[in-house]
Design a protein around this ligand. Structure first.
Ligand SMILES: Nc1ncnc2c1ncn2[C@@H]1O[C@H](COP(=O)(O)OP(=O)(O)OP(=O)(O)O)[C@@H](O)[C@H]1O
Length: 340
């Protein structure tokens, strides 16, 4: 149960507290996710949350500071970039899990597929319709069970990879973000292309990113690349909320033996060495592989799998760590802004 005690701490109440009665919010979340009962620990956490002071629940998720000189995106409070140095470590899968879990905690969430070369979010969410454009100038985000999503994959189609280079990529992405009519998003999760090259650097410099989350497997090679990603965010002063270690262990369905296929404690070591929080460890699990590949991500949260609890904790820690960062307008900012 333990970890769920965090749900009642003041920072968390700010994070998930919105101007809506919690029970109503819970019912709305449950009706959207007909995936079976929550695990006991999650249920206990929710009950604890119901008992907290109503006043705290009225607070909104706040907008956090971005790099100076960058305009915020209309309708979006916080963009969280999800990055990995190495490809294939589960960055898109973890972006989907993070987005869904933040949504389950009651936030308004969007998911932007910035992996312009290999947009996999439409397939993972099982959504393929083209975004509507009522005014022929802007796009409405594509709805995926309450998630506001956008991907070049919706526009180009999955089998039509973008062959643009450098500046064109950033331009296409900026256009996609700015021309989407996001509505009242607390968090926009942005799935970046893998790597730490010029393209990724330009993207994070131009987009008003509040913070980043790193995905790695415990393998040395993936960790080295994750460290490069950390250095990239440090270079442009974007705070890193933490690291998620994906594919951390594998438990045999038949004998229950736990194997560390990609090594052990890699994410933890990285967290300790570079003083970045470990947001969570996600096992190598067949449910994740099949459901992400078949476009049924919500089935990942089968009762008894404990995956839902892991995903919720990962999302909660992410939101908590963001809540601890400076908000968009500090008192000094606002004094400067109003020339007082
Ligand atoms: N924890 C996991 N357990 C089992 N399979 C997983 C897990 N995480 C991801 N996968 C699978 O690994 C493959 C790669 O995942 P994903 O596309 O999320 O990685 P990525 O880092 O975004 O890749 P890319 O570098 O191509 O953008 C997919 O088939 C996905 O279903």
């Amino acid at each position: 149960m333990s970890d769920f005690n965090q749900l009642t701490d003041p920072v968390t109440q700010q994070v998930i507290g919105k101007s809506m009665d919690f029970q109503a919010k819970k019912r709305r979340v449950e009706s959207r996710f007909p995936m079976g009962p929550f695990t006991d620990a999650y249920q206990t956490g929710l009950q604890q949350l119901c008992g907290v002071d109503e006043m705290n629940l009225q607070q909104n998720i706040r907008q956090h500071r971005v790099r100076e000189g960058i305009k915020p995106i209309k309708g979006v409070k916080n963009i969280i970039a999800v990055a990995s140095g190495k490809g294939g470590v589960g960055k898109s899968s973890m972006s989907v899990m993070l987005a869904r879990s933040l949504q389950q905690l009651g936030a308004n969430v969007g998911l932007l597929d910035a992996d312009i070369y290999g947009p996999s979010i439409p397939k993972m969410l099982g959504v393929s319709q083209k975004p509507e454009s009522p005014d022929q100038k802007s796009f409405l985000p594509v709805d995926a069970d309450g998630l506001q999503t956008m991907s070049l994959g919706y526009i180009l189609g999955e089998k039509d990879p973008a062959i643009w280079r450098g500046a064109m990529v950033t331009k296409a992405l900026m256009q996609m973000i700015e021309d989407t009519r996001w509505s009242k998003l607390d968090y926009l999760i942005m799935d970046l292309p893998p790597g730490t090259g010029d393209i990724q650097l330009t993207m994070i410099q131009k987009i008003p990113v509040s913070a980043a989350v790193l995905i790695t497997t415990p393998q040395d090679i993936a960790l080295l690349d994750a460290q490069k990603a950390l250095a990239m965010f440090n270079k442009v002063d974007i705070p890193v909320l933490g690291v998620i270690e994906n594919m951390s262990t594998f438990t045999c369905e038949n004998c229950g033996h736990e194997a560390h296929i990609f090594g052990q404690h890699g994410g933890q070591k990285m967290a300790e060495e570079f003083a970045v929080p470990l947001l969570g460890q996600m096992p190598l699990n067949i449910e994740i592989r099949t459901n992400m590949d078949e476009g049924t991500p919500d089935k990942v949260w089968n009762p008894g799998q404990k995956l839902q609890e892991k995903a919720s904790m990962m999302a909660l820690r992410t939101a908590q760590n963001l809540a601890k960062l400076p908000i968009k307008f500090s008192l000094t900012d606002s004094l400067k802004l109003h020339k007082i």
